[in-house]
Design a protein around this ligand. Sequence first.
Ligand code: C2E
Ligand code: CA
Ligand code: CA
Ligand code: CA
Length: 283
Amino acid sequence: AKSAGGNRFQLADPEADARAITRHGLTTALPAALERGEFFIEYQPLVHLGDGSVHGAEALVRWCHPQHGVLGPDQFIPLAEHTGLIVPLGRWVLGEAVRQARYWQERHSDGGPLRINVNLSPTQLHHPGLVADTVDVLERSGLEPGALCLEVTESALIGADEDLLKPLRQLAEMGVDIALDDFGTGYSNLANLRRLPVSVLKLDRSFTQGMQRHPADPVDLKIVEGIVSLAHSLQLAVTVEGVETGAQAEQLRELGCDTAQGWYYARPGPPDKLHALSLADAV
Ligand code: C2E
Ligand code: CA
Ligand code: CA
Ligand code: CA
């Protein structure tokens, strides 16, 4: 071990330092990465549980970092949130995803309108330009608002006041669907759902995971059944995420869920892959 340099340096946790440097490095690299076009989007299909047909796709952003390779959103979205870069990055994702959805629709007119889901983070929700940016993106692309679904996490809306809900309400009035993402993880008051301008509940992956066990925990099943019936009585559609097996899909279909997403159907992938999939099922 090195003895020079003073003891104070030996107190540092080298791993924490590496993490901090990476975090710092990534954070400072974010703006240039956006300018250089290092972000790209993968699409994961959403499937009707009834007949397995493709309902739409969720846009999931990735960063092709010149040194670190492909980074997942969990590695940089929190940093982008923290620095505010999430606003231009989110605007880019929205524009790109909506353009892609319009492209699919034009080439897939017989398969019904393909829908596109885009994640919104809390900072975007608070940003005053959200409604105008969304309107602008839709108008430029020619995509009808009804084909867009914005996913907002349940936790971002807990305790939300009218000021926060107003832009979502405006978007919903235009016909944009709002989905409550990661539902079931945020301890929100179910009765509260009535005052939120949402039309879709996305059941968190933890519920699907709970069904992995054989036999599935009967309490888990009861909970999902209860959520689905409550959602349907409020005219909300239910999407489940993280479906990895056919048995899960079957169970969730029986429980009345409407659409599903997960590796069982397809991993997130480049736009061409989804195009091929939805064309195949239109036959
Ligand atoms: P999310 O919105 O809950 O997205 C679902 C995540 O589950 C995705 O991870 C997806 O790849 C993964 N997944 C899908 N099917 C399965 C499955 O069957 N099994 C398992 N184990 N995982 C599955 P990903 O792509 O790493 O995204 C992570 C999170 O990053 C997303 O969670 C979302 O909250 C956030 N995110 C992604 N793209 C964006 C974006 O453009 N903007 C914002 N604000 N957040 C984004
Ligand atoms: Ca999502
Ligand atoms: Ca989710
Ligand atoms: Ca999640």
